[in-house]
Design a protein around this ligand. Structure first.
Ligand code: ADP
Ligand code: MG
Ligand code: ZN
Length: 509
C-alpha cells in the first residue's frame, strides 16, 4: 500500500514546503494538573488515580501552581506575551482514554502567545551555520489523557481483540507549543524541523520543567507539512503526522511527506487534510483521521476553574530567574566546567550541553559527566542511529553510575554493563546492578580468596613473578577476572598479588 513518491531533490525544483510543529510536553511536576495524584513514570497501571483524574461525577479540579509557573517560564523563555487574563476551556469529545468525555485545555484565551525561538541550522551542502527564527503562535496549558494498550499484532485499535486502559497519565500537566507556519526553508525543511525540536528540547531541559524524553512520550511532536508550487501566493493543504517520537523521525517524516505530496500534486491530485501515522521501520506515513469535516469540539469556558490572572510581580520574578539565552548559557557553562575549547566544541557538536549540565546538577564532576556522554553513550547512540539525548537513560542515572565508579563500587567495564541494562529497559542503575549482580567484588577478603586460588593454580607463573618477570602478573589478574566474571578492580588485584608474594611492584607509583 505504499504511495508513489518523488525524489527529494526533484521536489524542490517545483515546490516550496511550509512546516508547522506542535510539541506537547509533559511537565515534571510531582503531582497532576488538577488533583494531588503522583505522576511518576512506570508505576503499576491505575495506581495513581483519584476521582478527579478518573473524571468521576462531582469531582472538582484545582489548578497546580507549579505547573502554571512552569508554563509561564516556558512562555517567557520563548519570548511570548503572557496574558493578563486567560481561561481554561472544555474540549468535548469521546475517547476511552478520557472518561470525562472532555479534556480541560485552552482555546481562544491561551496563556502565552506571539513569541519566537532562534534555531541554529547547519546547511549540510555548504557546511555554513545559520540561524532561523521560528515564530511561536501559542503556548497553552492542558491535561494529558490516559494510555490505551491495544492487544493484537499491530497495536492499533481497529484490529485489537481488546484494549487496556491505564489512567495514571490522565491529568498529567501538558503544555502545547505551536509554531507559526515556517516558510522559506527550501531544501532545509527536514533539518529545520529537527533543529527546532532539538533547540526547544534543550531549552526545556535548561528550564528543568520536563524530562523531555521522546521515547517515553514526555515530549511528543506533531509535524504539519504542506507544499505549494514555487511562486504561488497561497499555501497548500497540510497533513499532520502525529506523535513522531524521535528527532530523527521528525526529519524523516518531513522528508517523506514532501516526496509523497509532490507525487500527488504532480499527478493532479489534491492533498487531503488529515492526520497521518509515521512508521519507524520504513520512514513512511499512512492516512489516519480525515480532518475534512472540521471537528466540532464545542469548546466552552471551564466552569469549575477560575480564570488565570498571573500577578505581574510574580511574572517579573520568574523572568529574572530564567536561565541565560542558549549561547550565553553555553559560555557560562564552558567557564564553569573548565573544559578546553576543543572539548567544549565536541560537547556542543554532540548535542550534549544540557545533558552534561543536568548530569552535573545530579551530582558528578563535569569531566565525569563528559566522559560518559561523549564516550560510551555517544557510541551507543551512533550504533542506534539516534542522538545521545534520545537514549532511554536519564542524566540522573548517568550521574548515579559515575558516582558508583568514583566510589570504586563499579569498574568502567561494569559501568558499561549497567548502561547496557538501563538502555535495555531493565530499570534504573541500582536495579540493574542488583539484577545482574554487577557490584565490584567487595572487600579484600573476597578478592583475596580469588587471588589465592589463582596463585595456587599457577605455580609456574608465581615463580616467574618472583624471578622478576612482573608482566606475568597479567595471567593472575586475568584468572581472577574470569573467576569474578569481570567484577574485580584490576589494579587492586595486581596489588594483592604482589603483596601476597612479598614482591615490590616496580610499576606501582
Ligand atoms: P490543529 O488543531 O489542526 O492541530 P493547530 O493550529 O493546533 O491546528 O496547528 C497547526 C499547525 O500547522 C501550526 O503549527 C500552524 O502554524 C501550521 N500550519 C498552518 N497552516 C499550514 C500549512 N498550510 N502548511 C503547513 N503548516 C501549516
Ligand atoms: Mg493542534
Ligand atoms: Zn488524581
Amino acid at each position: 500500500m505504499t504511495e508513489p513518491v518523488v525524489d527529494y531533490a526533484e521536489v524542490l525544483t517545483r515546490y516550496e514546503p511550509v512546516l508547522g510543529l506542535e510539541v506537547h510536553v509533559e511537565l515534571a511536576t510531582a503531582s497532576k494538573m488538577f488533583c494531588g495524584c503522583a505522576t511518576e513514570f512506570g508505576a503499576a497501571p491505575n495506581t495513581q488515580t483519584c476521582p478527579v483524574c478518573l473524571g468521576l461525577p462531582g469531582a472538582l479540579p484545582v489548578s497546580n501552581d507549579t505547573a502554571l509557573a512552569s508554563i509561564v517560564r516556558i512562555g517567557l523563555a520563548l519570548n511570548c506575551t503572557i496574558a493578563a487574563d486567560s481561561r481554561f476551556a472544555r474540549k468535548n469529545y469521546f475517547y476511552p482514554d478520557m472518561p470525562k468525555d472532555f479534556q480541560i485545555s485552552q482555546y481562544d484565551e491561551p496563556l502565552c502567545t506571539d513569541g519566537w525561538l532562534d534555531v541554529p541550522v547547519v546547511d549540510p551542502e555548504s557546511q555554513t551555520d545559520g540561524v532561523i527564527r521560528v515564530g511561536i503562535e501559542r503556548v497553552h496549558m492542558e491535561e494529558d489523557t490516559g494510555k490505551l494498550t491495544h492487544a493484537g499484532s499491530t497495536g492499533r485499535i481497529h484490529d485489537a481483540g481488546y484494549s487496556l486502559v491505564d489512567y495514571n497519565r490522565s491529568g498529567i500537566p501538558l503544555v502545547e507549543i505551536v509554531t507559526r507556519p515556517i516558510t522559506a526553508t527550501g531544501a532545509l525543511a527536514p533539518q529545520v524541523a529537527r533543529a527546532y525540536v532539538t533547540q526547544l528540547r534543550d531549552l526545556l531541559r535548561a528550564l528543568a520543567v520536563s524530562d523531555v524524553r521522546m521515547e517515553q512520550g514526555s515530549l511528543r511532536c506533531d509535524v504539519n507539512v504542506s507544499l505549494a508550487p514555487i511562486g504561488a501566493t497561497a499555501w497548500g493543504t497540510r497533513t499532520e503526522t502525529k506523535n513522531v517520537n524521535s528527532l530523527r523521525s521528525v526529519e524523516r517524516a518531513v522528508r517523506y511527506e514532501m516526496s509523497r505530496q509532490a507525487a500527488r500534486l504532480d499527478a493532479g491530485q489534491s492533498i487531503v487534510q488529515e492526520t497521518r501515522h509515521f512508521h519507524e521501520a520504513d520512514g513512511t506515513t499512512s492516512a489516519g483521521r480525515s480532518k475534512e469535516q472540521a471537528e466540532d469540539y464545542r469548546y466552552f469556558p471551564e466552569p469549575d476553574l477560575v480564570p488565570i490572572q498571573p500577578d505581574p510581580a510574580w511574572v517579573a520574578r520568574l523572568r529574572e530567574d530564567l536561565p541565560a539565552a542558549p549561547h550565553l548559557r553555553r559560555e557560562q557553562l564552558h567557564a564553569e566546567w573548565g573544559f578546553t575549547a576543543a572539548e567544549m566544541r565536541d560537547v556542543v557538536n554532540a548535542g550534549a550541553v544540557e545533558l552534561i549540565a543536568a548530569t552535573v546538577a545530579a551530582g558528578t564532576t563535569p569531566a565525569g559527566a563528559r566522559k560518559w556522554w561523549l564516550g560510551e553513550l555517544a557510541r551507543r547512540a551512533t550504533q542506534l542511529g539516534v542522538s545521545a539525548a534520545d537514549l532511554p537513560i536519564t542524566p540522573a542515572a548517568v550521574a548515579r553510575i559515575e558516582q558508583l565508579v568514583d566510589a570504586g563500587t563499579l569498574t568502567d567495564t561494569l559501568a558499561r554493563q549497567v548502561i547496557e541494562g538501563v538502555l535495555a529497559g531493565e530499570g534504573e542503575p541500582d536495579a540493574v546492578i542488583a539484577a545482574r549482580d554487577l557490584q565490584v567484588v567487595g572487600g579484600d577478603g573476597e578478592l583475596g580468596v580469588a587471588v589465592d586460588a589463582a596463585l595456587a593454580a599457577e605455580p609456574e607463573v608465581v615463580e616467574r613473578i618472583r624471578a622478576g618477570k612482573h608482566a606475568a602478573v597479567g595471567v593472575i589478574v586475568g584468572a581472577v577476572m574470569k573467576q569474578t566474571r569481570g567484577r574485580a578492580d584490576a589494579a587492586r588485584v595486581r596489588a594483592l598479588v604482589f603483596e601476597r608474594l612479598g614482591v615490590v611492584d616496580e610499576a606501582a607509583g
